[in-house]
Design a protein. Structure first.
Lengths: 337, 254, 159
């Protein structure tokens, strides 16, 4: 949403102030609002631990978007915390060139559609655990998950069952009643292999085309999908999971999965494909030519037409050029086929 | 004339015709073709043919048919009624091309310019009849414009749009008055006319289509800035092809 | 650092008003094959909706003299669409004192914001330029993401 849009909408239209459309996981977000039992759950949060007390005022809302690190790129990305249900969501945005929304009685430039889907918080914790690994020692989690750029990373510490999930990727020690953690490469790779396996299963169930460099991957017949090789699935799943991993860990995983080298160093080979799915460049240039040509004739036409009432002859002279345009038109049609 | 089809849906094209007189199937006939409403920025364009046996041409001339431009509206109405009386030897057919059809053809990805559209329509009519005629179609166009039922729900639209020709100050004023910043004009207007486009360029929001001439350059600009923004730290991170193929990326803002 | 705009954006929390999710009325959405360069009010009900025709193979309409072909897209089951609006500082679109109990106190940090839903949707109309978007349209692919995401982010089984 551009600031300009917001300002404009605020100024002029109550009730039509909007952002792009978003698709939420209904069960995660909405049902709790209709379910008094779950609102009780919200109250529980407030009663729970000391670490929540100072934040409780801010937590009252329970749903908030924050910027956290994207563990793959190291850049910032938007996430949603649901403090009632103690869940973390990532946000993907659907973005295509030349799109806009009509939303009720307004137009919204850009045509963005946001997808809010649950995210395994371990991917984010891993990012910090690996950074802390350089210290080479066991550390309490609140010393591991710190970030000057994205201080809201501390919200991750409020997610449930951390002790349990951290076992997948760390060695731990308990001193007194405090836990100390250390990143474990072996355990992490094992955990990631499981992630890859469950991703492969889902790719198969959802009939995602993982091999061919064809334009339409999403919707191919079952036959085509079943001809995909197991290695293609592993590669593809590795690539998908790698979108949540730092580069070195992705490379490690690739070796661990015994994938061929090139796919590891170039996890996204068909990046040019996106362009292919658009109109070919030559065609665009062609259209431009036609466009200018057409504007010229159009000018001529409207002049002729203006005179038409008085001079029937003028029209006929306009008709003389029909062949040129007729030919051009046919050519275009063939081009399209 | 029954314009009910056109009134039911005026977003496409509509063919109207008289029954073919039996005599026209036997005797050699003369056929005339003409168009009306080629020039205006508003309203439909009409192509018509009229035909009668060569032997009866004098009878038709006796009705005092003439170039429609030299006839008053009431004379044209009278002539049309007379011709309807003479349906035993005069036949006619016409095609009404809605302004929406003209707009979407001329502005289409595959450009279909007005000359081709005219040519094809006229040819189509001649093919339909394969005979000959007179210039009385002004009646049809005028009726179509007068009774134009706007597809849009525009109660406050004022009906005083003049002749519809771009050089008519009234028409121009009407266009300027009724331009809507997002939609431009109602479908009654031929968007493909320069007059309409000039007003849109000035008064309405810019709209980019994938085949817009400047669309390509804009795209390049965007890609460049993307690369620059990343800085020296890393190569730009491209999401996995699963996401690229679906137009998805991590949201960095709301 | 705190005062710089950039730092504020990185640290900004955008609180979602929960009541707006419950109250959002169904909205009408069209995804167009063109970019209208500015967001603003648009009389869709008067200019666009009445001109839509149901053809033998889909919907047809025109916009700015260009022919559009369209089809209905249903939001996959289990998902719900919301139209969200970010409130500028000091605004409150959630309206109504009935929600007061649930609403958070005023923002503690002036770079934080509220966001709320102003409409919900379970379907929208997807438009293509002169051709029906068809199953290869990217947005259909995008709509399959939540299912795959659920599988990727599910907890792995214990050993």
């Amino acid at each position: 949403m551009t600031r300009e849009a917001v300002r404009w909408l605020n100024a002029a239209l109550a009730g039509e102030k909007l952002d792009a459309g978003r698709v939420f996981e209904e069960t995660e977000l909405q049902s709790q609002e209709n379910d008094p039992g779950l609102l009780d759950g919200g109250a529980n949060i407030l009663r729970r631990g000391e670490y929540l007390r100072d934040a409780s005022k801010k937590m009252k809302n329970g749903l908030m978007f924050v910027k956290l690190v994207n563990p793959c790129s190291g850049e910032g990305a938007m996430y949603l915390f649901n403090m009632y249900l103690q869940q973390l969501f990532e946000i993907k945005v659907f973005k295509e060139k030349h799109r806009s929304w009509f939303i009720n009685q307004s137009v919204q430039s850009g045509g963005l559609l946001h997808f809010v889907t649950p995210l395994d918080p371990l991917f984010l914790l891993l990012y910090y655990l690996r950074k802390a690994e350089k210290e080479g020692k066991f550390q309490p989690l609140n010393q591991v998950v710190v970030d000057d750029v994205f201080p809201d990373c501390i919200l991750l510490l409020k997610l449930p069952d951390l002790e349990k999930v951290l076992r997948h990727v760390t060695e731990e020690k308990e001193i007194g009643n405090k836990k100390y953690y250390k990143y474990s490469r072996e355990k992490t790779l094992k955990w990631l292999q499981k992630k890859v396996n469950q991703t492969i299963a889902a790719l198969k169930t959802n009939k995602v085309n993982v091999s061919a460099r064809v334009q339409s991957t999403a919707f191919f017949s079952g036959d085509q999908v079943s001809s995909d090789k197991e290695e293609d699935y592993i590669c593809y799943a590795h690539g998908l999971i790698s979108d949540y991993l730092p580069k070195e860990l992705s490379d490690d995983l690739s070796k661990y999965l015994k994938l061929p080298e090139p796919s590891a160093s170039l996890p996204n080979p068909p990046s040019k494909k996106i362009k292919l799915s658009d109109e070919p460049v030559e065609a665009k240039e062609d259209y431009t030519k036609f466009n200018t040509k057409d504007l010229k004739t159009e000018k001529k036409n409207s002049k002729m037409s203006a005179a038409q009432k008085a001079l029937a002859k003028v029209d006929k002279s306009g008709m003389k050029s029909i062949d040129t345009f007729f030919g051009a038109k046919n050519k275009k049609k063939i081009g399209k086929i | 004339m029954d314009l009910s089809d056109l009134e039911r849906d005026n977003t496409g094209r509509c063919r109207l015709n008289s029954p073919v007189p039996a005599v026209c199937r036997k005797e050699p006939c003369v056929l005339g073709v003409d168009e009306a409403g080629r020039g205006p920025v508003l309203g439909p364009m009409v192509y018509a043919i009229c035909y009668c046996p060569l032997s009866r041409l004098a009878d038709l001339e006796a009705l005092k048919v003439a170039d429609s431009k030299t006839l008053s509206e009431s004379e044209r109405d009278r002539l049309f009624a007379k011709m309807e009386e003479d349906r035993d030897f005069v036949g006619w057919a016409l095609d009404v091309l809605s302004p929406n059809l003209i707009s979407t053809s001329m502005l289409g990805r595959v450009k279909y310019n007005l000359n081709s559209l005219s040519h094809d329509t006229a040819t189509g009519l001649i093919q339909y009849a394969l005979e000959q005629g007179v210039k009385v179609i002004q009646v049809a166009r005028d009726q179509a414009v007068k009774n134009w039922r706007f597809v849009e729900k525009l109660p406050d639209l004022d009906a005083d749009y003049g002749s519809g020709y771009p050089n008519d100050p009234k028409t121009k004023a009407w266009l300027k008055k009724h331009v809507e910043p997002v939609f431009g004009f109602p479908q009654f207007v031929r968007f493909s006319w320069r007059t309409a486009q000039t007003i849109l360029e000035k008064e309405a929001e810019d709209v980019m289509w994938e085949d817009s001439p400047t669309g390509d350059q804009e795209g390049l600009g965007r890609i460049t800035s993307y690369f620059l923004k990343e800085g020296p730290r890393t190569r730009p991170h491209l999401p996995h092809r699963y996401f690229q193929e679906r137009g998805l990326e991590s949201a960095t803002t709301l | 650092m705190e005062s710089s705009d950039e730092a504020a954006t990185e640290k900004r929390r955008i609180h979602l008003r929960p009541a707006t999710l419950r109250d959002a009325a169904p909205g009408t959405l069209h995804l167009l094959p063109c970019e209208v360069l500015r967001s603003r009010a648009a009389p869709v009900r008067r200019f666009f909706a009445p001109a839509i025709r149901q053809g033998p193979d889909g919907l047809a309409v025109s916009f700015r003299g260009r022919s559009l072909r369209g089809e209905e897209v249903v939001v996959p089951p289990g998902l719900v669409g919301y139209v969200m609006v970010m409130e500028e500082k000091g605004e409150d679109f959630s309206g109504g004192s009935e929600n007061d109990e649930e609403e958070p106190e005023p923002l503690e940090r002036d770079f934080d914001r509220f966001i709320g839903a102003i409409a919900s949707f379970s379907r929208f109309t997807l438009w293509g330029l002169e051709t029906i978007p068809g199953p290869d349209a990217k947005v259909f692919g995008a709509l399959t993401w939540p299912t795959l995401a659920a599988a990727i982010h599910a907890q792995v089984p214990e050993d």
